[in-house]
Design a protein around this ligand. Structure first.
Ligand SMILES: [Zn+2]
Length: 347
């Protein structure tokens, strides 16, 4: 089969398209014919550059969120799964820690990743544990499923029962609203009946977030976020904040707009990671801050179900063949494509 192989670290130039043996599904695994796999700025480029969080051993086939069709099953797997359209969850929980044993794999801190710690989806075929391959609806295209996988399950986890437990009718402020996870949080919050305020760092970004269904938009670089949120919510503030930036210059204004009993959840820190937190406000108002970094199979099932019904829309900007992965990396590296590029290894 055709596959992208990283044999040495060194950025995009170190990856090559090669012909290698087809993988065979081991006992408990399924073989997936890959029809779509995402291209990610941070994750894939870092893997190729050998940066922190990258692979421990080379050679490696990278590639996250492969979607495709099961074409063979290993020993012990129901043969009826052959022909199933699936999305592959890249996160492999350890199965042994206290959290995994208690059924909370989302909180496993020893998780590994397909595409980093074992062969990923930049190939015509991939063999994965059967439980990682989750069925998708007929009306969901493979590229849509791959893009949906990237952020929707995480948004489900952030707003779900084990974290902020968002209720219909509540107010949600989504910071970084035009980003991948922010866009997903807006859609999931709206699908759950919440009222959404989108906070973004530019007028075009605010407009993009509004187009996804946000009820109000605020440019937190040019407008007074706290005052506007208070105005919009009749003085009480928002019940939930999805804050996945952690920028010390923007966090305080967001946190100050949290209502009494409010909950803030975070899964990102690309804005720096260390922020001032008004602890007086927190305890006076009985507020809570949640950290989230993984998702459960139920989050994926719910995300794919909602995407399959058209309730969540994963935007695919460009589909390219495996041969053009270098070009895809260059496009996202230079930020020339705003949205998502997907590779179709069968193209
Ligand atoms: Zn574990």
């Amino acid at each position: 089969m055709k596959a992208i192989i990283v044999r040495s670290y060194g950025g995009p130039e170190a990856i090559r398209l090669e012909t290698v043996d087809d993988p065979k599904p081991a006992p408990g695994e399924v073989l997936v014919k890959v029809r779509a796999v995402t291209v990610n700025r941070t994750r894939d480029l870092n893997v190729c550059a050998g940066q922190a969080g990258g692979p421990e051993a080379l050679p490696l086939i990278p590639g996250q969120d492969p979607a495709g069709e099961i074409v063979a099953v290993g020993e012990g797997v129901d043969a009826k799964r052959r022909g199933q359209r699936v999305i592959v969850s890249s996160r492999l929980t350890c199965g042994e820690c206290d959290f995994c044993r208690a059924g909370h794999g989302s909180d496993c801190r020893k998780s590994r990743h397909i595409g980093i710690h074992r062969a990923g989806g930049y190939a015509e075929f991939i063999a994965v544990p059967a439980a990682q391959a989750i069925p998708i609806a007929e009306r969901l295209s493979f590229p849509e499923a791959a893009v949906a996988m990237r952020h929707f399950p995480m948004a489900m986890q952030q707003l779900g029962a084990t974290k902020v437990a968002l209720k219909a009718g509540e107010w949600v402020l989504v910071m970084g609203a035009s980003g991948g996870l922010g866009s997903a949080c807006i859609q999931v919050a709206k699908a759950r009946g919440a009222k959404v305020i989108a906070g973004a760092g530019g007028d075009e970004r605010v407009a993009a977030a509004m187009a996804l269904g946000a009820d109000h938009g605020i440019n937190y670089r040019s407008q007074d976020l706290t005052t506007l949120v208070k105005e919009i919510t009749g003085g009480r503030g928002v019940d939930v904040i999805c804050e996945n930036i952690s920028d010390p210059t923007t966090f305080p204004a967001a946190f100050a707009s949290l209502a009494a009993m409010g909950r803030l959840v975070t899964s990102g820190a690309h804005g720096g990671g260390t922020v001032p937190v008004n602890m007086k406000q927190l305890y006076h108002n009985r507020q809570r801050i949640f950290g989230a970094a993984g998702h459960d199979p139920a989050d994926i099932v719910q995300a794919m179900d909602a995407a399959g019904k058209g309730l969540l829309k994963a935007k695919v900007d460009l589909v390219m063949p495996l041969e053009k992965l270098h070009e895809a990396f260059a496009l996202i590296g230079d930020r020339k494509v705003a949205g998502k590029i997907v590779i179709d290894p069968q193209a």
